[in-house]
Design a protein around this ligand. Sequence first.
Ligand SMILES: N=[N+]=NCCCCNC(=O)[C@@H]1[C@H]2[C@H](O)[C@@H](O)[C@H](O)[C@@H](CO)[C@@H]12
Length: 446
Amino acid sequence: MPYFPEDFIFGVATASYQIEGAWNEDGKGESIWDRFAHTPGNIQDGTTGDVACDHYHRFEEDVALLKELGVDAYRFSISWPRIFPEGRGRVNEKGLDFYRSLIGKLQEAGIKPVVTLYHWDLPQKLQDKGGWENQETVEAFAEYARFLFQSFAKEVFLWITHNEPWVVSFVGHYEGRHAPGKRDFKSALQVSRNLLLSHGLAVQAFREEKTLGSIGITLNLTPVHPFSDSEEDILAAKRCDGYFNRWFLDPLFKGEFPEDMLLWYEKKGFALPQLSEEEKSLIAQPIDFLGINYYFRRVVGKGEGAIFEVEFFNPPQSEYTDMGWEIYPEGLYEIVKRVSEEYQPEDIYITENGIALPDQPDSKGRINDQRRIDYLRSHLLALHRAVDEGCPVSGYFVWSLMDNFEWGFGLSKRFGLVYVDYTTLQRIKKASFYWYQKVVKSKRVD
Ligand SMILES: N=[N+]=NCCCCNC(=O)[C@@H]1[C@H]2[C@H](O)[C@@H](O)[C@H](O)[C@@H](CO)[C@@H]12
């Protein structure tokens, strides 16, 4: 029966724009996700994060749920425009008070706060001046980070600079499915460079401010398997591994963008993001942990795709989630092993892992999400194998505490251990809530 170490951290994760609501309350400034969701056609079900789970007004009830769940830690993000409505300069004290109250309630409940500085909700005022393509945003992020380190110098267990810079760069600036909805690969490359620089400046500020706790960054990492063992499919998989994984892992841990990807982009005619030696050292300065968000693997082969010349495959024998993602637990073991061996991070936290299901209450108002229990169990067993083989993993966070606003899909995708009825905002604990409660208490997966 696999037991996790006694000091292993079990938690759950959320993000500000996805749960808080109160999009324009108490002095909060507009974010790029407010603007994107208010723009018709961007959100599949036509909903917005204006109310979402109304966590801004219900956070005490939600902390009580966390306490009942018994988690060691709770990962949430701070909404930058709630603190600095214009992105920098004037502080919105009521916004700061909200997070002070939330962190205070977590401490009372004996739950470690884990704070993500940036989970995609950039102040719109900064986007109006170019957003992450603009050096000013890099500087503004460093100021925002330093202000939070000073405001919460002793209370936070883990600080995460960025959540999934790959998604911010390429889904937001190339695929266009996320805010700000750009479709320009050159912009995406420039954004990825600036996100990394802003990460480096934030880590530097964290060290200078002598903030307690640990600091790291969270990447969404996906094993990439070739569809066949043909040379061209293997090369296609290597290109995708570079695009999805090594593009951020290499600068953060090796101080360079991956050479094969730079050559590929140059061959495709894209201006390459430039880094001075000093900027490379800033980005690759030591961090205390790497956060990994794991959901699925990718299976690719040679294709005609514009930039990468790849084709994606969905193995027919696999099961898929409500997001259309393959259920592939071994991928969590694979990615932890690979990262541990190839990049030697100081420590690893699985900062997100979870499954979207079409959850609905039964005639008695219960939600028997057995498929979510099976998903979480299989992934925790895969993670346990990596831990057992000596990989430095110190914690695991389920995405998500509760159903919430799933970006371009709106409120239609449910990832929560807790169901949210969006008409009444009632929270209903699912079967997986009680299953995870036992895992957290026993540190054992059965
Ligand atoms: N091509 N493509 N890929 C799409 C992006 C990769 C997979 N999605 C994620 O990692 C996001 C992460 C996010 O932190 C959270 O805010 C989201 O709610 C979850 C669920 O979606 C996951």
